[in-house]
Ligand binder design. Structure first.
Ligand code: ZN
Length: 248
């Protein structure tokens, strides 16, 4: 919706900033959207790891939520011309229309998140159902994810999964890990053909004996039919077998 069509009273901070700065309403909206990014990041980080982060993060999130939730104003619209009809056939099956206004563009989103927190606390709703968001487990990444299955997805991407493995391994182990990864990433027929080579089987035995953390990956490569599959959108599933999970 163009900003000119937004009702007066909605997102007053955008109008105020546009007036004060001489910018357009779109530019003023972008200004505030950028401003709130850090606040939302704090809030989501705290929700994903409430016991890990320092108390200041929770204090910031609490202030932000309080500010946004109290920003909501609502009123009952005058409905003199509407006839109530329970069935909805001849009139409106409602008693009133609720008109909601906010000054802050962050308020509707923060209020939604707060509502989901309350659903988890007050209703019998699973945490994941109420707040389906988690942080990539690679420390330097910081991306949020919307996992389809909680506890299965640990990293936001193949890259993060690989980087974590790289950091945990010596250069020699990492070299063997990447060799296994390239081997298992090939087409099924090619993998089977390679497994028939004595040199490949020999290296697999050596890796298995040398690096206990890679043993599971070796076993998965030896049984490619069971492990190697395609996802529903046709992409090849990448295993992180030595972690006992997949990032996907
Ligand atoms: Zn990541």
């Amino acid at each position: 919706m163009p900003w000119e069509d937004v009702e007066p009273g909605l997102f007053e901070e955008v109008h105020n900033y546009a007036r004060a700065s001489g910018n357009t309403l779109e530019e003023a909206f972008r200004h505030w959207a950028t401003y709130y990014q850090a606040e939302f990041r704090n809030l989501l980080t705290w929700l994903c790891r409430p016991n890990v982060h320092p108390p200041e993060l929770k204090a910031q999130a609490r202030r932000f939520l309080t500010l946004c939730v109290h920003d909501e104003r609502w009123d009952i619209e005058a409905t003199d011309d509407v006839s109530f009809d329970e069935s909805g056939d001849r009139g409106d099956p409602i008693f009133y229309r609720k008109r909601v206004e906010y000054d802050l563009i962050a308020a509707p989103i923060a209020k939604f998140i707060f509502g989901q927190m309350e659903r988890f606390q007050d209703d019998d709703v699973d945490l994941y159902e109420a707040l389906p968001v988690c942080l990539c487990e690679r420390g330097d990444c910081g991306k949020f994810m919307l996992p389809q299955r909680r506890r299965r997805k640990r990293y936001c991407s193949n890259l993060c999964c690989a980087l974590v493995h790289q950091q945990a391994k010596s250069p020699e182990e990492w070299r063997d890990y990447m060799w296994l990864h390239r081997l298992e990433s090939g087409p099924l027929g090619v993998v089977r053909s390679k497994l028939n080579r004595q040199a490949v089987r020999h290296r697999l035995r050596e890796i298995e004996a040398h690096w206990p953390r890679l043993a599971a990956k070796v076993r998965n490569i030896r049984t490619p039919c069971r492990k190697r599959s395609r996802t529903s959108d046709g992409r090849k599933a990448v295993s992180c077998a030595d972690q006992g999970t997949s990032h996907e």
